[in-house]
Design a protein around this ligand. Structure first.
Ligand SMILES: Nc1nc2c(ncn2[C@@H]2O[C@H](COP(=O)(O)OP(=O)(O)OP(=O)(O)O)[C@@H](O)[C@H]2O)c(=O)[nH]1
Ligand SMILES: [Mg+2]
Length: 330
């Protein structure tokens, strides 16, 4: 398994963090570009599929709407979302609101944007530090990488970051996190022979006493059926909130976008044990199944807060529904 790629010295997480307007514009352009290329496979599947059906131009009819419906199913949007969108499309067609094939994609885009706009996708961090973020998920979904990317993001904002290596289960997990800590010039608390909750306890103590801005807690991958491992997560949550009553301020589940609808089921199961406040959809760059974001809105109403679009520190985009939908339907 690839853990990381060595980066050039001048390419450090702090590079380009001057904070002036030009830098901000350049960064946001870079992110839009990154989002566009990261979503290319999903874009080609959704927009390519729809265009192939609608390419003839002219008037819309029932048969074309059925073909649109089929393409949306193929794009992993999930049955509930596809049915709802196509009902709306049929209604608009019958009511004379839309009549031509060229109006279909803009119509779908606006409906999807309106749905996703109801999600509050911003991280909820407290006024007084430390902000504590607990990261959970199944094995190999992208948790540690996402934590590295989040640390990079916070460091660029000038925040001090502490990482807690609470994956004491998988050999090498602490080392992997330590490399991210070095890259991002964050600090780390790790003790491979200790219980994960004990590491969380130590990390909380350090974060509070040394006034870190952000503490991010890495955890071992697990499946919901392992009851003892799920209660270990609850124990970490308890340890954290004992030290700081509002913490963890975010409990984020990282999903591998390649798992499609299965990822949604996993998140539902995790949310029965833990109060999840947000999701990260990792590895979107390697899959054409990004349509599951829309299914998530219907099936599990926990906001996607970030999407992973590569393996580099900057390959984590805030989930902005407008930009996401534009990039997919461009
Ligand atoms: N292409 C791509 N690869 C990613 C992304 N996020 C993570 N990965 C890769 O996915 C693999 C697993 O990532 P990890 O961060 O180790 O996953 P994890 O959930 O911490 O794994 P465990 O700790 O073993 O449960 C690594 O090879 C990462 O580089 C992403 O957004 N895009
Ligand atoms: Mg990990």
């Amino acid at each position: 398994m690839r853990i990381f790629r060595r980066r050039k010295k001048d390419d450090s997480p702090q590079a380009g963090s001057g904070g002036d307007a030009d830098t901000a514009v350049a960064e946001s352009k870079g992110l839009v570009e990154g989002l566009r290329s990261g979503l290319k496979k999903t874009h080609d599947k959704i927009t390519g599929g729809l265009k192939s059906v609608l390419k003839g131009g002219g008037n819309l009819d029932e048969e074309l709407i059925e073909q649109v419906e089929e393409q949306l199913y193929l794009a992993d949007m999930g049955p509930r979302t596809v049915l709802r969108l196509c009902d709306q499309l049929r209604e608009a067609y019958k009511g004379g609101e839309i009549a031509e094939t060229g109006e279909v994609i803009p119509f779908l885009k606006e409906r999807i944007k309106a749905d996703l706009a109801r999600w509050d996708t911003a991280l909820k961090l407290p006024e007084n530090p430390p902000a504590v973020i607990l990261v959970v998920g199944v094995n190999g979904s992208g948790k540690t990488t996402t934590i590295g990317k989040l640390a990079h993001r916070f460091r660029k904002e000038g925040k001090s970051v502490l990482l807690a290596a609470c994956d004491t289960f998988r050999a090498g997990a602490g080392e992997q996190l330590k490399i991210w800590a070095e890259w991002t010039r964050s600090e780390i608390v790790k003790n491979e022979s200790a219980d994960p909750a004990a590491v969380a306890f130590d990390a909380m103590g350090k974060a509070v006493s040394q006034e870190y801005d952000v503490l991010i807690v890495d955890t071992a991958g697990r499946v919901h059926t392992r009851k003892n491992l799920m209660s270990e997560l609850q124990k970490i949550q308890r340890v954290v909130s004992k030290k700081l009553p509002d913490a963890p301020h975010e409990t984020i589940m990282v999903l591998d976008a390649n798992t499609g609808q299965n990822g949604i089921s996993q998140a539902m199961k995790f949310s029965e044990c833990l109060e999840l406040t947000g999701l990260v959809l990792a590895k979107l760059d390697g899959t054409a199944r990004g349509g599951i974001v829309f299914g998530m809105r219907d099936q599990i109403d926990i906001p996607v807060k970030f999407v992973g679009i590569g393996q580099e520190p900057e390959d984590l985009a805030c989930f902005d529904p407008e930009k996401f939908v534009d990039a997919l339907f461009e």
